[in-house]
Design a protein around this ligand. Structure first.
Ligand SMILES: Nc1ncnc2c1ncn2[C@@H]1O[C@H](COP(=O)(O)OP(=O)(O)OP(=O)(O)O)[C@@H](O)[C@H]1O
Ligand code: NI
Length: 348
């Protein structure tokens, strides 16, 4: 296990009052990122609207890793793309996302391109191959990024800085002169990770950074990302890999059908008594080393969500109350959450 920052130790403290529990990051210093009521709608021909993200609220504190999990299509990547101004033209965003004083949602493209992407927010994109320039070698892309984002100058210095960056992400030096199409998915993933780490940005957004890697490399990548955030910087990581999440997370946010339905400490989530939202519990129980029972049914269409709890149709705890939208109470948005931890659980 990697060393944890102080943020995680704060988990054992009694829960803060309900109203602040969702919003407040554990540390007292100002958050690196503060997302408030972020919603994204895609407008489709014929007037259809896809509610990809609805009313997301969370902070990411300095030194903290917040991991965002949830089934495919629930809005995780759209949320990350919204933060970097990378959504297509048919997307409408509302709410706020403060990076220090800068609202990422209203900052114009020149600001995002010149001062945010790479410098203040590093991105490991979900499809790294698509983000690498096809006609140039990985070495030249690394050297260019080093030149753009750091003070390193001169051919020899750039060359060795690029090689150091590659090594950080476990990218083999003897593959640096290859083009992106000559790389496996796992190697393209490592190249993208290396590129995202170069600027030492205060916030790293990592969208499925371990896809295509075998277990050893997953651990290596996750530990490297953890090292990046230990000195004041923060990480928002999206993943399907709950083992990787457990290894790195301070807190876990669970998304379902565009909404964050639970936001809780990693120790609580992966330990005892576990998450409180039935959906979060279902995700954990689906793991092979738990009960290996998949959640029945499928997530709803984001173009036609019910008015109430979107998980109710798949939930064995649902009642008539679930036709109304559950508010966030403490760490969870559910009318019938699993029991809260007892004082004994908190001491364990
Ligand atoms: N340009 C677009 N136009 C319309 N709908 C879109 C567009 N881009 C994404 N969506 C929809 O937004 C929803 C959320 O997509 P997103 O990629 O964020 O899911 P995800 O949680 O990252 O899934 P995965 O785990 O598979 O990466 C999906 O239903 C997707 O179809
Ligand atoms: Ni995604």
């Amino acid at each position: 296990m990697t060393e944890r920052p102080p943020a995680r130790a704060a988990e054992a403290a009694p829960e803060p009052p309900a109203a602040s529990a969702v919003d407040a990051a554990p540390a007292e210093r100002p958050p690196v990122l503060s997302v408030r009521g972020l919603s994204v709608r895609f407008l489709l021909p014929g007037g259809r609207r896809i509610a990809a993200v609805t009313d997301a609220r969370f902070d990411v504190a300095p030194g903290e890793c917040l991991v965002l999990i949830g089934e495919s299509g629930c809005g995780k990547s759209v949320l990350a793309s919204a933060l970097l101004g990378l959504l297509p033209a048919n997307a409408q965003t509302s709410g706020g996302a403060l990076l220090g004083e800068l609202d990422l949602l209203t900052a114009g493209e020149p600001t995002l391109a010149r001062t945010v992407r790479g410098r203040r927010v590093g991105l490991i994109p979900q499809s790294p191959a698509a983000h690498l320039t096809p006609v140039r070698t990985i070495r030249s892309q690394m050297e260019e990024t080093v030149a753009q984002l750091t003070g390193v100058r001169g051919r020899a210095a750039l060359r060795s800085a690029a090689e150091r960056a590659a090594a950080r992400a476990g990218f083999p030096r003897d593959h640096l002169d290859r083009h992106p199409h000559e790389l496996s998915g796992g190697l393209a993933q490592r190249a993208a990770t290396a590129l995202a780490l170069i600027g030492d940005a205060p916030l790293l957004l990592a969208d499925e950074p371990t896809t295509g890697l075998d277990r050893d490399l997953v651990d290596h990548t996750v530990d490297e990302l953890r090292r990046h955030i230990d000195a004041d910087r923060a990480l928002l990581m999206i993943t399907h890999d709950l083992a990787a999440a457990e290894r790195i997370a301070d807190r876990v946010a669970v998304m379902y059908a565009g909404r964050i339905v639970e936001l809780t400490g990693a120790d609580t989530f992966f330990g005892s008594p576990g998450p409180r939202h039935p959906y979060s519990r279902g995700l954990l129980e689906a793991l092979p080393d738990r009960s290996f029972t998949p959640i029945p049914g499928l997530p709803p269409e984001l173009g036609g969500l019910p008015d109430g709890c979107a998980f109710a149709a798949r939930c064995d705890r649902a009642t008539d109350a679930c036709t109304a939208l559950p508010p966030f109470t403490g760490p969870v948005a559910c009318h019938h959450p699993l029991p809260a931890p007892t004082p004994e659980d908190l001491r364990a």
